[in-house]
Design a protein around this ligand. Structure first.
Ligand code: HAM
Length: 416
């Protein structure tokens, strides 16, 4: 029987894992520099968390969740996004009350039953950051700058930061009425999807990719013109600070985001290297979410970014992700006794943080040499019958082919 991986998933094979390690390492370095702490939540949650947190009318909850009943009859869902689980853990653990400000990040698999295409998977790995406890514009700014720093360190500089504000809930409610009034006259011309969204999630008509819809919404009233002075000022302050700090952004009224919890700032990093799934990352504020999930009012802002998309864009930009890691020393053993010596010497190097390899297939000298070459090791250490007698092997430097005799217990001292 032939088994295949489930549709929309992927294997990351050893020959490309170094790219993932590079991006993951970069994320951990940058989150450290910005003083974020990692938080890990379960792979699945009770389904109601997402219905309540993300919104029943959203695509994620309405169409894309991997939901199942467990043997106890409880409805569980593989996490399609990270914010609601982090908020749940934040409230449930009590870290909520321990200090005023929390800067959290995660790097984890997420699951959405979407139609797979380039850059869109049913399982993706997401890096996300959340700042809880402050509604200072500097929290929005810091998150955007942190994401930008990760992208830059992965060789990605050609993205656009698109920024919008969807205002406070009451401003948004009011604006949605105005938007609906405008769209009502064009209802017949809208795409089928947007007709549905007109009722259920009106704001999302603005981010439709359909060119007819976009023509109609080009002239639609803009929320920025229907917000109070405070919200508008806040938005301009975010834009100005980002610009001052070298993160040029573009104001785009279409960035309304697909999740219900957003308030005020919404943003996306977009890259033309991604094709139609052009969001490298995205996020925004969610000042009402914690209260909605049963906590005391607590402002928050966050973002998420798919690692797969970071790798796609970095590769298109010719980024090399460093070199795949190679062992430093390869032990070539020519008989059984030599193999024993080689195995012990390799172990001793490894215990001293020097990566090394031995031949585990009992191959000929030539085949072992070929293997060592293929791995790109810096040294081979050859042990044959004579070497066993002398207690000394031959250490060959592969870069200049020079070789010296080195006793079995002095290998470490002779490699650089
Ligand atoms: P999102 O825009 O749904 O936001 O996802 C964030 C990022 O995850 C996207 O920009 C994209 O890079 C990646 N992504 C999402 N779905 C897929 C997929 N099917 N395949 C590959 N990559 C994907 C959120 O999830 C919010 N929780 C972000 C957030 C955090 N907002 C506030 N805090």
């Amino acid at each position: 029987m032939n088994f295949r991986k489930p549709k929309g998933t992927k294997d990351i094979l050893p020959k490309e894992i170094y790219k993932w390690h590079f991006v993951e390492k970069t994320i951990r370095e940058v989150t450290d520099l910005f003083n974020f702490s990692e938080i890990r939540t379960p792979t699945f949650e009770y389904t109601d968390l997402f219905k309540r947190g993300v919104g029943a009318e959203t695509d994620i909850v309405g169409k894309e969740m991997y939901t199942f009943l467990d043997k106890n009859g409880d409805s569980l869902t593989l996490k399609p996004e990270g914010t609601a689980p982090v908020m749940r853990a934040f409230l449930e653990s009590g870290i909520y009350g321990e200090q005023n400000l929390h800067k959290l990040y995660y790097l984890t698999g997420m699951f959405r039953y979407e139609k797979p295409q380039a850059g869109r998977y049913r399982e993706h790995t997401q890096f996300g950051g959340e700042i809880l406890g402050s509604n200072s514009i500097y929290t929005d700014v810091e998150l955007i700058l942190m994401a930008k720093e990760v992208y830059n360190r992965c060789g990605i500089n050609n993205f656009k930061i698109k920024l919008n504000s969807i205002g406070k809930p009451e401003e948004r409610r009011n604006y949605i009425k105005i938007l609906k009034d405008y769209l009502r006259d064009h209802l017949n011309e809208l795409s089928e999807e947007s007709k549905k969204r007109y009722e259920s999630n009106t704001l999302r008509v603005l981010d439709s990719k359909d060119s007819g819809d976009r023509q109609i919404t080009d002239s639609a009233p803009k929320i920025i013109d229907h917000m109070g002075t405070e919200s508008r000022q806040r938005f301009h302050d975010v834009v100005n600070e980002l610009t001052r700090l070298g993160a040029e952004c573009e104001i785009d009224f279409r960035i309304v985001r697909g999740l219900d919890y957003y308030t005020d700032t919404t943003f996306e990093f977009v890259s033309s290297d991604l094709g139609s799934q052009d969001a490298l990352g995205g996020g925004g504020r969610y000042d009402g979410l914690i209260e909605q999930l049963g906590g005391k009012p607590c402002p928050g802002v966050g973002f998420g970014s798919g690692i797969e998309r970071i790798i796609i864009v970095a590769e298109k930009n010719g980024f090399t992700f460093g070199e795949p890691g190679n062992p430093l020393v390869y032990f070539i053993a020519l008989n059984e006794e030599a193999r024993k010596v080689a195995f012990a010497a390799a172990l001793s190097l490894r215990q001293n943080n020097i990566s090394s390899e031995t031949d585990l297939l009992g191959r000929s000298f030539k085949a072992q040499m070929r293997d060592a070459n293929k791995m790109g090791v810096k040294y081979v250490y050859i042990i044959g019958e004579d070497e066993i007698k002398k207690g000394m092997g031959i250490l060959k430097n592969m870069s200049d082919s020079s070789q010296i005799e080195v006793s079995f217990d002095k290998i470490r001292e002779n490699i650089v």
